[in-house]
Design a protein around this ligand. Sequence first.
Ligand SMILES: NC(=O)C1=CN([C@@H]2O[C@H](COP(=O)(O)OP(=O)(O)OC[C@H]3O[C@@H](n4cnc5c(N)ncnc54)[C@H](OP(=O)(O)O)[C@@H]3O)[C@@H](O)[C@H]2O)C=CC1
Ligand SMILES: O=C([O-])CC(=O)C(=O)O
Length: 261
Amino acid sequence: MQVAIIGYGAIAAYVGRALESEGAQLSMILARAGREDAAASVFGDVPVATGIGDARPDVVVDCAGHGGLSAHGLAILGNGLPLVTLSLGALADADLHARLTQAAREGGGVLHLCSGAIGGLDALRAAAIGGLDSVTYVGRKPPQGWVGSPAEKVLDLGALDGRAAVHFDGSARDAARLYPKNANVAAAVALAGIGFDATAVTLIADPEATANIHEIHAKGAFGELSFRIEGQALEGNPRSSALAAMSAVRAVLDRRDVMRF
Ligand SMILES: NC(=O)C1=CN([C@@H]2O[C@H](COP(=O)(O)OP(=O)(O)OC[C@H]3O[C@@H](n4cnc5c(N)ncnc54)[C@H](OP(=O)(O)O)[C@@H]3O)[C@@H](O)[C@H]2O)C=CC1
Ligand SMILES: O=C([O-])CC(=O)C(=O)O
């Protein structure tokens, strides 16, 4: 399997290593213009480009966040290629969502939404068929997991005095837009359940937390669901959970299976 990767950060490095160890061949890294050397320092001899051009890998994996999906998604889907993404929060932008959908329909590509740092989305998606009354997502990380996010505007992350503090309470749409590096999970819950505007999100910085803790609570015709995961941070980026990188690898490897979840 020939795989192109967008990005060269912590998740991209994990995904590249894991896929190579499963026998996949990395055929191209998509980098921001001027950052080709940074990509090469992570991926060695793998060719680096700033656009997909007319390349035809078997699958492209977006590990570059919202900027990666908005910069490359249209061309990849428009060229009829499958694109696995972790940047689900970018879809809170209704215009980008519509343009990606149109590019995929016209070009024949498919956008595969990774489960990322959370689970339980299969049950939530099934429950949505019968009708959901409420869906809540709570994201709790150690203070360093929120560095570089709007949490810094409302909290002194270095001086929380042992107490957990809420820094966002609102819709999944606002969470996804405001926290592009931290609230892709909120977007995943929204897309699986009752949408960006109806999904309630609370984000918490917790000095006592030793993991990235994600919870879903949902009620509907199916009954009630609660899901909680304590995910260890990925080496190289305390903001990102290791499971997010693992889920992208899973999504790529699933493509070669004839029996799939
Ligand atoms: N769905 C989920 O559950 C999760 C999703 N994520 C998403 O994954 C993203 C990546 O996470 P992580 O690897 O830990 O972050 P890093 O900051 O370690 O890496 C991000 C990488 O993306 C690159 N990049 C940014 N914009 C572009 C672009 N337009 N084209 C190509 N490359 C680009 C950056 O390059 P440069 O250095 O040049 O800026 C960098 O190499 C997060 O920002 C988040 O949005 C993360 C965790 C969980
Ligand atoms: O990795 C995580 O724990 C969650 C995350 O950053 C995101 O949702 O974007």
